[in-house]
Design a protein around this ligand. Sequence first.
Ligand code: SIN
Ligand code: FE
Length: 299
Amino acid sequence: MPRLREISEIVETLDLESWDERARTNMAAAPVDALEDGKVLYFPRLAFALSGNETRFLSPGAVNPGAKNVSFDSKTGAVKHARGSETDIAAITAMMRRYSDAAAALVTRLFPQYAQDLVRGRTSFRPVEISGRETSPRKDDTRLHVDAFPSSPVGRRRILRVFTNVNPGTQSRHWRLGDRFEKVAQTFVPAVSKPLPGSAWLMKSVGITKGERTQYDHLMLNIHDTMKSRDDYQRDVVQNEFHFPPGSTWIVFTDQVSHAAMGGQHLFEQTFYLPVHAMANEQKSPLRVLERATGRALV
Ligand code: SIN
Ligand code: FE
């Protein structure tokens, strides 16, 4: 049996019932400090309401076969992998835009100091059950990992995500939460070799990456892949199970918090990017932690 962490080190609960009300909290620290410390901010009663007409999209049939989620870009209005008639797809798009706007209102309210620098990324709707899905270890999100994107380097930016379980029944989103990022860095940094000289430029010029893969991105991808590939680490590392029930929302820096999604169906997720300089304390960012661990600048 792996060791457990104190739940108070992992999750901070906030009692919010609407996306645009001010948070009532009895937290010792400000929400931004808890978030930057690598805690999950958890809103057990913050639900995302769907209309009667929208609940019919809570079905794997709303996604193209082969895809896991519908993805929406609020900047362009483009929606990918949605399945249905033109009217259905327009309704799915409208539902995702509403979630995206709600999530943006929530984070700007909770973290006013981020508002100016926060960039909205993709919105994702996940109506497919997680457990039992076949994938390669690298793509397997039931293994503990920190998020890192192979084709979209983040450089100096953090990955902040808002999740809401919209399951119409009683099924929770079942996660595992792993070790602190400092420990993850200690465990995996020594094994990572430097990228080959010229490889970042090459991947950019042939279109493997959108923009240059920095040394930070290289290191994070290696940590992501190595963590997922090691069965002993997955089994033995300190970790806790957490069940996010239907009608709950949570916010996480997923580049920092070691997480695995074990089961669940019907989820909304909104990604944001935040430059490290906009943090209350950028020394807590994975970028700065890894720079201290390696003793060199990584971007
Ligand atoms: C992940 O970010 O690893 C997956 C989260 C989820 O779908 O619950
Ligand atoms: Fe992830």
